[in-house]
Design a protein around this ligand. Structure first.
Ligand code: NAD
Length: 505
């Protein structure tokens, strides 16, 4: 354990948190701090359950004020010259980088994510702003699709004020991932961060305003999903909802938004397979399998939570896996050496640890981990279930923790059948050196994103999103703008073409 680094990080964090202890986290609406109509709730750290601060608990009135602020700010933001809007977003990216340490330390303390990963998350947030700033185009951007009688042009315009609702697993990165393209498109935003992780949403709005984002362009309402979140999805001034979270919440949001015909983009859960064939580079496959389920505390939607391993290599692969999993460093999230930190809340900790008994009762073997770690904080041992079958709950349900379920298969056909036998379809990972097999398997794998001989490597211009219960819609590149913008078709007659004359005798 790197005691001096940990001690230094704790001291630095204390300085950053002092202001929140004094003022709590208030809503930010039209560039001003506002209390929540529902009073406050408290946010605590998963490290030791200590109080971090009070947070505004918003009700429908607060959401209404934020939606009106976003609607008021919309025309000027929409009509701002592209170069100016781009400049502001780049300034936001630079300001995020300047406060990356503060963001990372606060994120770790709030969520239990480790500094090892969150230091990069802050920088990835900056990269989201920089990338989408580069995508900003003029409002008159479009195509010419000529026909014999018309010049047909298209233009696109921002859809209007939008709601962004985010989860707690990597809140800063995910918020910027949604908010940056919305702002780049010319939309204004009301952000409702997860109640379990409000700190960095507050930092983001502050940073953005200080960097020059006009008041009301980004507003933050804190609080619970069932009141603040629900009110946002139902508000008539909010034209679209970009949501990241659980599949059942995505379904609720779709229903809640139906009366106002809300456009919804859903990035939901996953139970993603990683298929390891016996001809693969097993060294690299092992590294990737471990990385994709035990990094970010296993609290990641793209985690490869189902290992499908060919029976010819199962014994050796699982034995090597057990040795590595038992060696993963679980500890304080602010210790730079830590690989897995505490889970975000007691509720989530209870859910994840509950699967140890469920898996055992269903007949799986706990080959590594399978218990809590220490008495304080929500630490769990990285866990591996073996001898599992795909009908067990540990293979079907999204556990969302550092817990891997290993299932053997014999043939390619069987691997595909097991991989696709799930409600979800976010990512898939295929390990083989047989090119034609890789093509066959990726062709039939039911997932929005597939990596061959690789862990998940995000490239912003590529489409990100899932199929089945993992969501609908895509982010990245121009796909983000398809969601946040409306296409308009305008036809100009090139000559006096014949118009059918009804009622002319
Ligand atoms: P969650 O669905 O419980 O909450 C997400 C957000 O929705 C929170 O802000 C919450 O307050 C809000 N919410 C809850 N009920 C609501 C309602 N009725 N109306 C409006 N808003 C409501 O999810 P979580 O537990 O915070 O996050 C974990 C989940 O997120 C996992 O399922 C994970 O797979 C998923 N996730 C998906 C992606 C992806 O890109 N596909 C990325 C990260 C996380």
């Amino acid at each position: 354990m790197s005691e001096p680094d940990l001690a230094r990080n704790l001291e630095t964090l204390d300085g950053y948190l002092a202001r929140f202890r004094d003022t709590g986290i208030r809503n930010r609406i039209a560039g001003a701090d506002r209390d929540g109509g529902g009073g406050v709730f408290q946010t605590t750290s998963p490290v030791d359950e200590s109080l971090i601060c009070d947070v505004a608990r918003s009700d429908a009135g607060d959401v209404d004020a934020a939606a009106r602020a976003a609607a008021d700010a919309f025309p000027a933001w929409r009509d701002m010259p592209a170069t100016e809007r781009r400049r502001i977003l780049i300034d936001v990216a630079e300001a995020i980088e300047a406060r990356a340490e503060e963001i990372a330390l606060c994120e770790c303390w709030d969520t239990g994510q480790t500094l090892r990963f969150m230091s990069k998350a802050a920088l990835r947030g900056a990269e989201n702003f920089r990338y989408f700033a580069g995508q900003v185009t003029s409002a008159r951007d479009g195509q010419n699709l000529p026909s014999p009688t018309l010049v047909n042009i298209t233009t696109r315009t921002p859809i209007g004020p939008v709601g962004v609702i985010t989860p707690w697993n990597t809140p800063f990165m995910l918020s910027t991932w949604k908010i940056a393209p919305a702002l780049a498109a010319g939309c204004t935003v009301v952000h409702k961060p997860a109640e379990a992780s409000p700190l960095t949403a507050r930092l983001l709005v502050e940073i953005a305003e200080e960097a020059g984002l006009p008041p009301g362009v980004l507003n933050v309402v804190n609080g619970y999903g069932e009141d603040a979140g629900r009110a946002l999805t139902e508000h008539a001034l909010i034209k679209a909802i970009a949501f990241v979270g659980e599949s059942r919440t995505g379904s609720l949001i779709t229903k809640q938004g139906a009366d106002t015909l809300k456009r919804v983009h859903l990035e939901l859960g996953g139970k993603n397979p990683v298929i390891v064939f016996d001809d693969a580079d097993l060294e690299r496959a092992l590294d990737a399998v471990i990385f994709m389920i035990y990094s970010i505390n296993g609290e990641r939607c793209t985690s490869s939570s189902r290992l499908l391993v060919q029976d010819t290599i199962k014994e050796e692969f699982e034995a090597r896996l057990v040795a590595r999993v038992n060696n993963i460093k679980v500890g304080h999230p602010l210790d730079p050496a830590t690989e897995v930190g505490p889970l975000v809340t007691r509720e989530h900790f209870d859910k994840v640890t509950g699967y140890f008994d469920i898996a055992r009762a269903d007949g799986a073997t706990i080959a590594a981990g399978g218990g809590r770690m220490g008495e304080e904080g929500f630490y769990v041992k990285p866990t591996l279930f073996t001898d599992a079958t795909n009908d067990m709950r540990c293979a079907r349900e999204e556990i969302f923790g550092p817990v891997l379920t290993s299932i053997p298969f014999g043939t390619e056909e069987e691997a595909l059948r097991i991989a696709n036998d799930t409600a979800y379809g976010l990512t898939g990972y295929v390990w083989t050196n047989d090119l034609t097999r890789a093509l066959r398997v990726t062709d039939r794998l039911e997932a929005g994103m597939i990596w061959v001989n690789s862990e998940n490597v995000r490239h912003l211009p590529t489409p990100f999103g899932g199929v089945k219960a993992s969501g609908m819609g895509r982010d990245g590149g121009d796909w983000s703008f398809e969601f946040y913008m409306e296409q308009k078709h305008i036809g100009f007659a090139t000559g006096a073409h014949k118009i059918m004359r009804l009622g002319a005798g």
